[in-house]
Design a binder for this molecule. Sequence first.
Ligand code: 5GP
Length: 190
Amino acid sequence: MQLLEQRILRDGEILPGGILKVDGFLNHQMDPELLTAIGGEFCRLYAGCGVNKILTIEASGIGPACFAGLAFGCPVLFAKKNRTRNLSGEFWTSRVWSFTHNVENIILVSKKYLGPGDRVLIVDDFLANGAALDGLISLCLEAGAEVAGAGICIEKAFQPGGERIRSRGIRVESLARIKSMSDDGGIEFC
Ligand code: 5GP
C-alpha cells in the first residue's frame, strides 16, 4: 500500500536492533485518515471471506483493528495481556513471548466473545517473528473459531514470522513489507 510505504519513509525512525518506530502516525499519535485507508484495504482484501469478527492484541493493534471493524461492520475484540497464571475458566488463553519487551505474557479473551461460528480476521500493527500472531491464532483454534487470515500493517519480511505462518497455510496480507532496513535510515520494501 503506497500511502503507508510513503508514510513510513517520511516519518518512520529506525532504532538499533531492527526496530522501526512509527509513533508519529500509528503507535502513539495516530493518523485517522491513514487508518481509514488501512481498514478499507483489509476489507477489500478479505471481501467475501465471511469475516464476522476482528481480533487483535493490546495495545498497538487496537487502532488499526477498530478501523478494520468499521470497514467490515463487525465487532473488534482485543486480547488482553496478563502475567497471572491462575485464571478462571472464563477465558481462552495462550502464551506470547514479546521480543520488544523481553517478557512472556499470557494473552486472554473472554469465552463470551469468541467461539465456534466466528470467522476471524486477525489484525496487528507489526509482524516480525510471528509470536503475537501465533498466540492469536492459538486463541482462535482453542475457541473453535475459524481464522480467515491476518491483516498486518507492517511486516518486517527480513524476520521469519511471515514466511513461517504462511507455510502453515494461513493467509497473511501485509500492507507494507520491509525487505531491509539500515541504521543510516534506508528502508527497502519487497
Ligand atoms: P512478533 O511477535 O511478530 O515478533 O512482533 C509483533 C509485535 O511486536 C507487534 O504487535 C508489535 O507491537 C511489536 N513489534 C515488533 N517489531 C516491531 C517494530 O519494529 N516496531 C514496533 N513499533 N513494534 C514492533
